[in-house]
Write a protein that binds this ligand. Structure first.
Ligand code: AVJ
Length: 321
């Protein structure tokens, strides 16, 4: 597998499009280079960042119920995972399926090649008998290509609140890709961070140690090194917000002064007014009714919503009608 996780043209093109937009934006999928992957690992261990621990609790405590349907089919199936990451949570499911002697192939999909490489290595030691078929792609393109489709039933995992990184319209579009990319009887397990006390949500994206700040700033470093730019990271501040109505947690990098940034690879300079911002990330929080609405848009029936003890996080199981 190739460790380089972005096509040069695409990164350059997306940066150009984003910084030429009003307001300026940069896509959060570019957070995840080798350094960004490490920073995200650190975020998951932060006291304020409850998401990973809560989902872990759901999977740890309820994996048997979650996997009842797929095991009951009693046939070989495909386990597809969109946004596999380090596989920490998925390994709970893999362990149980292996113990139950179920026959399946695991297709981890991730945009980051370095993440897939590490995952493959750790799986080879922890689950030597597991059939693994890594796919380096975006969620949407992988759902279009469906390289796993072989007539067997699919269980598609979309864990970790990854769908939250899309606004409502885009999330609906991805659900539509899921609709097209699945057949009757296929199962989907999606992770959603739920609406809760706004302060708890905001704190998760505004940690005391400043790791989330660094995670955002890494995007500027990355543009500097990969696209020959001269962003001065000290003249930008990280500004997270949470809107309890839309459930949107948004992150911005705000220019502290009027300045010009030059991106060599694009042969272009970008002017920032004082306090002009770059929108970097959305992490949408859902209510259970919004989630059910998404299910019906995708032609799915809600089997069950699995939640942690505080109702912070849900892994929802849908079946294709
Ligand atoms: C990986 C998309 C679930 O939105 O909570 C963590 C990424 N951004 N802190 C999230 C993230 C800032 C994370 N997801």
């Amino acid at each position: 597998m190739n460790a380089k996780n972005t096509d040069f043209g695409t990164f350059a093109q997306d940066v150009m499009l984003g910084l030429n937009s009003t307001p300026k934006t940069l896509p959060s999928k570019y957070f995840y280079d080798a350094k960004g992957d490490k920073l995200f690992q650190q975020i998951m261990a932060l006291p304020e960042y409850y998401l990973t621990r809560k989902e872990y609790e759901v999977l740890e405590g309820q994996h048997k119920q979650i996997l009842t349907e797929i095991i009951a089919l009693d046939k070989p199936f495909n386990l597809v995972e969109l946004g596999a990451g380090d596989g920490m949570k998925t390994k709970i499911l893999l362990r149980y399926l292996t113990e139950m002697n179920v026959e399946f192939t695991y297709y981890p999909v991730d945009f980051s090649g370095s993440v897939l490489e590490e995952l493959e290595e750790s799986l080879a030691t922890e689950f030597p008998a597991l059939n693994v078929n890594p796919i380096q792609d975006t969620y949407r393109d992988s759902l279009k290509k469906q390289v796993w489709e072989n007539g067997k039933p699919n269980l598609i995992l979309f864990l970790g609140a990854n769908l939250g990184n899309f606004g409502m319209d885009e999330a609906k579009n991805i659900i539509d890709h899921l609709r097209v990319g699945t057949k009757k009887g296929d199962l989907v397990l999606l992770g959603f961070d739920l609406k809760k006390n706004p302060q708890i949500i905001l704190n998760a994206y505004h940690d005391k140690q400043g790791v989330t700040r660094e995670f955002n700033m890494n995007l500027l470093d990355r543009i500097n090194s990969e696209l020959d730019a001269d962003f001065d990271r000290d003249s930008f501040t990280h500004w997270p917000t949470y809107d309890p109505v839309s459930g949107e947690c948004r992150s911005y990098l705000v220019s502290q002064k009027s300045q010009v940034v030059t991106i060599g690879a694009l042969n272009q300079s970008f002017e920032f007014e004082a306090f002009e911002s770059i929108f970097t990330e959305i992490s949408k929080k859902y209510s259970l009714s919004e989630i059910s609405h998404l299910a019906s848009l995708g032609g799915f029936e809600v089997k069950e919503n699995f939640m942690d003890s505080e109702g912070y996080f849900a892994d929802v199981l849908w079946v294709k009608k």
